[in-house]
Write a new protein. Structure first.
Length: 200
């Protein structure tokens, strides 16, 4: 055998990062949370690339925006592997229409009842009392999770799996596109996707 023609050592294959589009109802808290969670999970070995877009207080518009961005990316040959929407129950009259559209368009709709702060709360405590919207805001501030509508610099992303356990216990029938009991949140589905644990 000629010199230098020995067996080549194979390099380990790099995991291809999955592209996830996340469109949120909130314009501050939710996108900042998803981006921070993405950084935390990547540091722990997850390979998702998450793009966030925020729309405002209307679940139907959130899903419509998600469909628009998904189709635009596909037309440019930059398709997303997963498309998610994060919405609240709150007092939205368009939630049922949003659920129907997400189902037709195969968009993963993640609903928090009463609102997203329920999910944030579970990063700090395993409490499941139903609170009003203003009580949730006050409680999240008291727990040093948010200040105004922004996450605090010390937000405990490292407690995300604890939050997942509480959420699954609070809503054993959790699934995308379902309005769960108050309190509940389907955010563990997004965590699983970002960690590569499930795909459609």
């Amino acid at each position: 055998m000629a010199h230098g023609q020995g067996k080549r050592t194979r390099r380990p294959r790099r995991r291809v990062a999955r592209r996830i589009l996340v469109v949120t109802e909130g314009t501050k808290t939710e996108p900042v949370y998803v981006e921070g969670l993405g950084r935390y999970l990547r540091s722990a070995g997850a390979t998702a690339i998450v793009k966030t877009a925020s729309v405002g207080k209307d679940p139907l518009k959130v899903v419509q925006k998600c469909v628009e961005q998904r189709d635009d990316a596909a037309s440019k040959e930059k398709s997303y592997d997963e498309c998610e929407c994060i919405v609240d129950v709150d007092e939205h009259k368009s939630l049922d229409d949003a659920i129907d559209l997400a189902g037709r368009e195969r968009i993963t709709l993640l609903i928090s009842n009463l609102k997203f702060e329920v999910w944030l709360r579970w990063h700090a405590e395993d409490r499941r009392s139903a609170l009003t919207s203003s009580q949730l805001d006050e409680h999240a501030t008291k727990l040093d999770l948010v200040k105004g509508k922004m996450l605090t610099p010390s937000f405990p992303f490292d407690k995300v799996h604890d939050a997942c356990e509480v959420a699954r216990s609070a809503d054993p029938d959790m699934r995308a596109g379902r309005k769960g009991p108050n309190p509940s949140s389907a955010m563990p589905i997004l965590v699983d996707l970002m960690e590569g644990k499930r795909a459609r």
